[in-house]
Design a protein around this ligand. Structure first.
Ligand code: EPZ
Length: 439
């Protein structure tokens, strides 16, 4: 808890950065592996605390895992899944672990899963997950903070979601893999992570079509028929966007490798609108150059393929320095402006009016002690601190560690002055910070 990231801002970024596997994809693949009575090997697994939490959770359910950070792989042997209880200790730490609900129900016919935690960015209900499982024929109840689901003979059905929830789409997909007949999810989420999950399951023998569109069809296959596979996780588009935001804020020219540009279409269009130069180098790498002050823009977060809510916070740090007034409207989560008070501490001029943030661009930000209030707000702090004059210290960095692999190493390689201080006790001024960092 005493860890801090310390950044001496103002150094432009140059060089190449490789983007890691997507957290929100790999965690769901790990849940999906519970359906496969065989051994799976997942590649391109990022070294993140959330992955460790998921490893502990699926081990507790009876899986045997070998997680190699060096090889970025995880082997999951789910032949002996024997426990249907996902404990609060794991699930309260991160939202993604709630996906084991659909997987356990499919595999074992019963599941007892604690209500989820994760970033406190809004109410984050699970009513759509529960309704979906009930429509498939499961008995579902909430007792003592746990969702209890039972149903050995689920039946395919049409399920129309009132909003395209990522988690609900995934849980319904996982629950319906062995259901009798055809399940159709209408108004499904269309995120690349959903497509990745469908590709993974199809490679193992499931029959899913339409992933990536608003209607997904799952033809039920026999329980026990899925086979072990090797699969590589998609790259993290939000991480890629965060590095691009850093260049937009501080200036310079970087090449991002291992990117799928089509996952970032809306973001890239907006970045070009504010005046950043973006050029494809190969089908999987992009050059990003910022050499002049950027222009203000308005944007509204929307379900994918709209402007992604997870990119909103780092983009706000960019707009805090743009020429003119920008308005960001957050339409997905009620509490996703937690970076605003922290950015103000650095000199940003931002007014919040319910779901709108009005950002009057300033000429410069100044280093300050700030905190990472959630994962993407943490990324916003890193972006702002890299651009600010002077030293910033960012606390609560466990949020950042949930989603950004080797953050300091990657930014240092681009020329940033960024360090992690492991024991930050009793540090009260910048002079002491410097000496502590050097030790
Ligand atoms: C996933 O969250 C991601 N998390 C989030 O990323 C991401 O911001 C979000 O999708 C949108 O893309 C994971 O994949 C682990 P939702 P999820 O269900 O599944 C409401 C990050 O920083 N809703 O699509 O929780 C909900 O309250 C994280 O990596 C209901 O009302 O998102 C929200 O307003 C943060 N009832 C909206 O839908 C439900 O049953 C979208 O939520 C489910 C959701």
């Amino acid at each position: 808890m005493n860890k801090r990231i310390v950044i001496e801002g103002g150094k432009q970024l140059f060089g190449e950065v490789s983007i890691s596997g997507a957290k929100n994809a790999v965690l769901k693949l790990m849940a999906a592996a519970l359906l496969i009575e065989d051994v799976c090997l997942i590649h391109n697994v990022p070294d993140l605390s959330d992955v460790e939490t998921m490893v502990s959770l699926i081990n507790c359910l009876g899986a045997k895992t070998k997680y190699s950070k060096l090889n970025q792989t995880i082997e999951i042997d789910a032949r002996d899944i024997n426990n249907c209880v996902a404990d609060y200790a794991y699930v309260s730490k991160m939202r993604a672990s709630f996906d084991v609900l659909g997987a356990l129900l499919s595999r074992l016919g019963e599941a007892k899963v604690a209500l989820p935690g994760g970033c406190a960015i809004g109410e984050r209900r699970v009513d759509l997950h529960i309704k979906g499982l009930q429509l498939l024929g499961a008995d579902v109840a909430i007792e003592n903070g746990y969702v209890l689901a039972n149903g050995n003979k689920l039946k395919g059905v049409d399920i129309s979601l009132s909003m395209p929830s990522v988690g609900a789409t995934e849980n319904i997909m996982l629950a319906s893999i062995f259901a009798e007949g055809v399940t159709r999810i209408q108004n499904a989420a269309q995120e690349p992570e959903i497509v990745d999950l469908a590709n993974f399951l199809n490679m193992a023998g499931a029959d899913i079509t339409g992933a990536g569109t608003s209607e997904i069809t799952i033809n039920g296959v026999q329980r026990g028929s899925l086979k072990g596979i090797q699969y590589s996780t998609i790259p993290a588009s939000i991480e890629a966007a965060s590095y691009m935001c850093a260049v937009c804020a501080v200036g310079g020219e970087i090449i991002g490798d291992d990117i799928i540009p089509s996952h970032l279409t809306f973001f890239l269009n907006k970045m070009q609108e504010i005046g950043v130069k973006i050029e494809p180098i190969t089908p999987y790498s992009l050059k990003v150059k910022k050499d002049k002050r950027l222009k203000a823009i308005d944007l509204i977060t929307q379900p994918y393929p709209g402007f992604h809510t997870d990119m909103q916070a780092p983009v706000m740090s960019v707009l805090a320095l743009a020429d003119g007034t920008s308005i960001i409207t957050e339409s997905l989560f009620e509490n996703r402006f937690m970076q605003v008070p922290e950015l103000r501490r650095m000199g940003a001029d931002i007014q919040q009016e319910n779901s709108k943030a009005i950002i009057k661009g300033v000429e410069y930000l100044t280093g300050a002690e700030v905190k990472a209030s959630d994962l993407r707000a943490g990324a916003a702090m890193v972006v702002a601190a890299l651009a600010a004059n002077g030293t910033s210290t960012i606390s609560d960095i466990h949020h950042i560690d949930r989603g950004y692999e080797k953050l300091e190493e990657k930014f240092s390689n681009l020329g940033a002055n960024i360090k992690r201080v492991e024991n930050f006790e009793n540090i009260s001024d910048n002079k002491t910070i410097e000496s502590k960092v050097l030790l």
